[in-house]
Design a protein around this ligand. Structure first.
Ligand SMILES: [Zn+2]
Length: 321
């Protein structure tokens, strides 16, 4: 079983807590990754919000770092962790590098930025991020920024002029645009600005779970029609309105999207280490084979399951990067 995941916050956890990717009590570590025949992960560089008072002592809090130095600090964490894991994990910046990693048997890491406000406010900041290996930018996180408004604040407020410029700049560099967290208005702003396929790295179906973070059927159809990609998020509040979630709840969201001509569009964006409530039976990356087993037991074709777990995202990266 191969696994390709579009979003995790593990590097942020490493940066804030001093834990390390190789061995930890987080959702993602070497032992979990090595359960898979090949593993590809988009690691998000992220800044976050102030933690609850109870957790504060355990965190160094990136928000206490001057704004324009936060990205550098996250990149430093990424570089340190990747160097310490070079025996099994390699940073990739293109489809070609991904192919080489797969052939060499090494897991592949891509870098993304979650919340474009992590970019320093200076000329050339996006190029600096690109040069450091960043290939995907999630335009907003949960707060209004100089780039636009997230779904968590106001669905009717879209991109700012800065956000529009950013979309064009991402296009010009052939970097991936991620609309997870973005408001509905912002989503359609992006559609008006670019003809390229784009992604929602970690969002589920709003028709099944009425959460502002989830995609409407119209939004999913737009992404599908462009040949984009949607990563299924395993955070329980995005899967079900109330109660705990189980694997079948995640499969309902997968089914909803696949049923809308999305067989090649649906991937995984589990949100590991960015969420604290997962479906029963999933404690982290190492348990993801259970989702595959359950889908096969329900009668999904192996091709469908492999598409969701790996092949769709692999093909997308080959096409786009
Ligand atoms: Zn997120």
């Amino acid at each position: 079983m191969k696994l390709f995941d579009l979003h995790c916050d593990t590097l942020y956890e490493c940066c804030e807590t001093g834990k390390h990717l190789r061995e930890n009590d987080l959702h993602i570590n070497r032992a979990a990754a090595q359960r898979y025949e090949h593993y590809v992960q988009f690691f998000a560089l992220f800044c976050g919000a102030y933690p609850p008072e109870s957790q504060k002592k355990k965190r160094s809090c990136l928000l206490d770092t001057p704004k324009d130095e936060r990205l550098a600090r996250m990149l430093q964490t990424a570089q340190t962790e990747f160097a310490a894991n070079a025996d099994w994990l390699t940073l990739c910046r293109s489809g070609e590098e991904l192919t080489r990693a797969a052939e060499s048997g090494k897991a592949a890491a891509f870098l993304s930025i979650e919340g474009a406000e992590l970019l320093p406010e200076r000329e050339g900041a996006l190029d600096e991020a690109y040069d450091a290996g960043v290939r995907l930018v999630t335009l907003t996180w949960n707060y209004r920024s100089r780039f636009g408004c997230p779904s968590a604040i106001d669905q009717n407020e879209g991109l700012t002029d800065g956000g529009r410029q950013l979309v064009r700049a991402l296009d010009a560099r052939r970097m991936l645009i991620d609309v997870s967290h973005l408001s509905d208005r912002g989503f359609w702003d992006v559609c008006g600005l670019t003809d390229r396929p784009f992604v929602a790295t970690h969002s589920d179906s709003r028709a099944l779970c009425r959460n502002s973070r989830n995609l409407t059927d119209e939004q999913f159809a737009e992404i599908a029609q462009r040949g984009g990609l949607v990563g299924i998020n395993l955070y329980t509040p995005f899967l079900v309105r109330q109660s705990d979630s189980v694997l079948d709840d995640a499969i309902d969201h997968i089914e909803r999207f696949i049923g809308m001509y999305g067989e090649k569009i649906v991937a995984l964006g589990c949100d590991f280490d960015g969420c604290d409530q997962l479906p029963v039976g999933i404690e982290g990356l190492g348990d993801m084979y259970r989702l595959a087993d359950r889908m096969l037991a329900l009668g999904y074709r192996e091709e469908t399951v492999c598409g969701l777990f790996y092949d769709n995202a692999f093909a997308f990266v080959q096409k786009m990067l």
